[in-house]
Design a protein around this ligand. Structure first.
Ligand code: FAD
Length: 389
């Protein structure tokens, strides 16, 4: 098989890149190690920046998001028993949309299917080869048969644990990492959300986030220990712990119910530099991870896909390498700003085991400053709705 761009991974980065390339007339094949059902069963992100929604529109996959997504004009910060609203629309002129990653993935899978593009699911042992030459290839195993795709470029969109970044020689890559000493225990329940906007709670017992997927489906998170296991958290214990971290009004209005999904996610900031290795590019979680506090992971996957698609369009349409030469630096400039914002939100809102009462007081002072200064609120709002790309 031969294609212009072999994409590894059918998550948001790979699917969006594939569809943007198709829009620009560049053929591509996606290789995914899992089945479509498995990919769609992963409950992850739920908040889209306007820029991400615009990209879905550009590839014809945005209609359902506009019909079913919830547009939010603001968020609330809760600390010291009170809530403070950040009006993002008024401060930064933009909104965000609540629309689950599983729905984004499904919509992108559907437009890909309609366009008749090739996606090879359940491809085992996917291996990018010779990407430091002019003739890169990707090999994989399908139904016991070894297959080979010759291509012009490889896009490594295979997430944090993927093979693309792992295939790069260690001396060609530099990584930057911060592992946080806690995780997020999250549940999904078929209950109406406690509030129509997100509530970020800083509490002496630890962080809690009230979010949602729709007006009938809620997503709640509590900061937990890295040693915790979901089996130690029956629903009753989760709801009790959540209530202990919310303000009185939220406790009174919280509707509880059985969880339909429960998982623990560790929190990490990670960046790999550069994002290009000869004829292989990294995009999305394959190159960087942010703690979910800033709701940036999926949105960064989208902006990487956009930068890469534009660079490849320039290569094919204008016979210019300027775009692909600039891809890594351009993507990383936006990535690091989102990494900074996600780290800052995480630092301000979570309980850190080693920072003691001094650290807790500094957090409250910072939250109070953010909630009372228009300049600080605007800075938060600008980053939260997404920096331009
Ligand atoms: C609990 C949680 C909450 C989150 N909340 C938010 C949020 O609110 N907002 C936000 O923007 N982000 C959020 N994120 C982050 C977001 O989910 C990720 O950033 C996003 O999934 C990145 O997309 P991706 O396509 O780069 O990677 P992935 O979604 O990880 O997709 C990679 C794909 O590659 C496939 N793959 C891996 N290895 C191989 C291989 N060797 N061969 C072939 N295929 C392979 C995988 O099966 C997968 O389908 C959250 C994440 C978590 C865990």
């Amino acid at each position: 098989m031969r294609t212009k761009v072999a994409i590894i991974g059918a998550g948001p980065a790979g699917l969006l890149l594939g569809q943007l390339l198709r829009t620009y007339g560049i053929d591509n094949v996606i290789l995914e190690q899992r089945s479509p059902e498995y990919v769609l069963s992963r409950i992850r992100a739920g908040l889209l920046e306007e820029g991400t929604v615009a990209l879905l529109d550009e590839v014809g996959a945005g209609a359902r998001a506009h019909r079913e997504g919830l547009v939010h004009n603001g968020i609330e910060l809760a600390f010291g028993g009170n809530r403070h609203r950040i009006d993002m629309k008024a401060l930064a002129g933009k909104t965000v949309m609540i629309y689950g990653q599983t729905e984004v993935t499904l919509d992108l899978m559907n437009v890909r299917k309609e366009a008749g593009l090739t996606t090879i699911y359940e491809a085992a042992d996917v291996t990018p080869i010779d990407f430091d030459t002019n003739r890169p290839r990707v090999t994989y195993l399908k139904d016991g048969v070894t297959c080979d795709i010759a291509c012009d470029f490889i896009a490594g969109c295979d997430g944090f644990h993927g093979i693309s970044r792992a295939s790069v020689k260690p001396d060609a890559i530099e990584t930057f990492e911060r592992v946080y000493p806690f995780g997020w225990l999250g549940i999904l329940s078929e209950t109406p959300p406690v509030s129509h906007e997100l509530i970020y709670n800083n509490h002496p017992r630890g962080f809690a986030l009230c979010t949602m997927r729709s007006m009938h489906r809620s997503r709640y998170y509590v900061q937990c220990s890295l040693d915790d296991h979901v089996d130690q958290w029956p629903d009753e214990r989760f709801w009790q712990e959540l209530k202990s971290r919310l303000d009185r009004k939220a406790v009174d209005e919280l509707v509880t119910g059985p969880s339909i999904e429960k998982s623990i996610a560790p929190l990490r900031s990670f960046v790999a530099e550069p994002m290009r290795f000869g004829r292989m590019f990294l995009a999305g979680d394959a190159a960087h991870i942010v703690p979910p506090t800033g709701a940036k992971g999926l949105n960064l996957a989208a902006s990487d896909a956009y930068y890469l698609a534009c660079a490849l369009r320039e290569y094919y349409d204008e016979k210019s390498s300027a775009g692909i030469d600039d891809y890594s630096a351009k993507a990383l400039a936006r990535v690091w700003k989102a990494v900074r914002f996600s780290w800052w939100m995480t630092s301000m809102l979570h309980k850190f085991p080693d920072s003691g009462t001094f650290g807790a007081r500094i957090q409250l002072a910072e939250l109070d400053y953010v909630a009372s200064s228009r300049a600080a609120m605007t800075s938060l709002a600008e980053n939260y709705v997404g920096l331009p790309f």
